[in-house]
Design a protein around this ligand. Structure first.
Ligand SMILES: Nc1ncnc2c1ncn2[C@@H]1O[C@H](COP(=O)(O)OP(=O)(O)OP(=O)(O)O)[C@@H](O)[C@H]1O
Ligand SMILES: [Mg+2]
Length: 349
């Protein structure tokens, strides 16, 4: 493209046009930076594309700018403890190359070089993290997309040990509701049920309108018509802006709306749909088939589902950020823009 588009379609990276989430950000910052932190872990949850990774990264960068913090971002596919040990070991050596580490610690050096697993990794990590603590350094670990995998479980069970031993290690994780639920349902992971969760919801529509007003040089009313098309969904805010810019338009006509919906489907909703179970899809379809804001009783009757299973599915869909019951009690609607149209398309195709 010949000109600069200020919007981004990338996932994960902090966008140019960023709507701050001060409440969530300050909650984590104030807690972790406190002298006596009330928790050492936060888990950010929300539907795909709501901005979990972006927020986690922003907060981590804020924290690591403070004196006395090291930040390590751990991927979830490899051996997370080995990766953590390797990283901290190097940092520790940089801090004081003359420091003599215990024999066992050399094992990490070796295991890092050979890329093999090192059996006594817990003891080694304890030693390094406590060594940092003596020097007044705290460790922040970020883990994007936690799930119920052996590597995440191994990491979390080590983290739980650290908390018991009052070590200075902090965790920010992100995850889809169902993945977090599967993880914390393990017998040894129940401590995660008490870990504070932050639900990443819609962005402020006024802030979105202001950005659209500025970028497209239009009046506020027109900008807020555009903003309402996004329902505050982060990815939609970027996508709609991107398409308008790309086409050199200031209004969402048929052409723009079609491309907008295709993009939402292909880059986000298809994946969200795939991750739903058969019964969850039935519930979602029944909601799509009703008025935009519908009484839950009506939907349940339509599905002929008993109230227990219905409320379980409804609850899961709300916690997954797909349905919302916030507008009024006993009613549900979709949280994501044009998701209803997307669902209707799924069963008319
Ligand atoms: N606060 C924000 N203001 C503006 N745009 C945002 C904000 N947060 C995220 N975005 C945009 O939304 C999109 C999705 O963000 P992000 O990758 O953080 O979502 P996610 O919740 O991690 O999604 P996934 O579950 O698929 O990993 C990106 O295009 C990003 O630029
Ligand atoms: Mg993400």
């Amino acid at each position: 493209m010949a000109y600069n588009n200020p919007f981004t379609l990338d996932f994960g990276a902090k966008p140019n046009l960023y709507v701050s989430r001060n409440e969530e950000r300050n909650k984590i910052l104030n807690t972790f930076l406190a002298e006596m932190p009330s928790t050492h872990i936060f888990i950010l949850m929300g539907a795909r594309g709501t901005g979990k990774t972006v927020l986690m990264t922003e907060v981590a960068h804020d924290i690591r700018d403070h004196k006395g913090w090291h930040h390590v971002d751990l991927g979830t596919d490899g051996d997370m403890l080995n990766a953590l040990a390797g990283y901290l070991y190097k940092k520790y050596q940089m801090l004081d190359p003359k420091i003599k580490l215990d024999v066992s610690l050399k094992g990490i050096g070796i295991s890092v070089e050979k890329g093999s697993k090192y059996s006594d990794i817990h003891a080694d990590l304890d030693e390094i993290i406590n060594g940092f603590k003596k020097k007044g350094i705290k460790i922040l670990v970020t883990v994007d997309e936690v799930s119920n995998s052996p590597s995440v479980r191994a990491f979390m069970s080590y983290f739980q040990h650290c908390i018991r031993e009052e070590m200075d290690i902090f965790v920010i994780g992100t995850g889809l509701y169902k993945n977090v639920r599967a993880l914390q349902n393990n017998k040894t992971m129940t401590f995660l049920k008490r870990a504070p969760k932050i639900m990443i919801g819609a962005l402020n529509l006024m802030r979105i309108s202001r950005y659209y007003q500025e970028v497209f040089d239009i009046d506020y009313d027109k900008a807020s018509v555009l903003a309402r098309l996004t329902d505050g969904y982060s990815y939609a805010f970027q996508t709609l802006g991107y398409i308008l810019c790309d086409k050199g338009k200031k209004e969402a006509d048929e052409d723009v709306l079609t491309e907008y919906m295709v993009n939402l489907s292909e880059c986000s909703y298809d994946k969200i749909w795939e991750e739903l179970s058969g019964e969850e899809r039935r519930v979602v379809m029944a909601v799509a088939d009703s008025e935009p804001v519908t009484a839950v009783n009506e939907i349940r009757n339509k599905l002929e589902m008993d109230s227990n299973s219905f409320s379980t599915y409804k609850d899961t869909l709300i916690k997954s950020g797909i349905l919302s019951d916030r507008s009024s009690r006993g009613y549900v609607s979709f949280s994501l823009p044009f998701f209803r149209e997307f669902v209707i398309q799924q069963y008319t195709e």
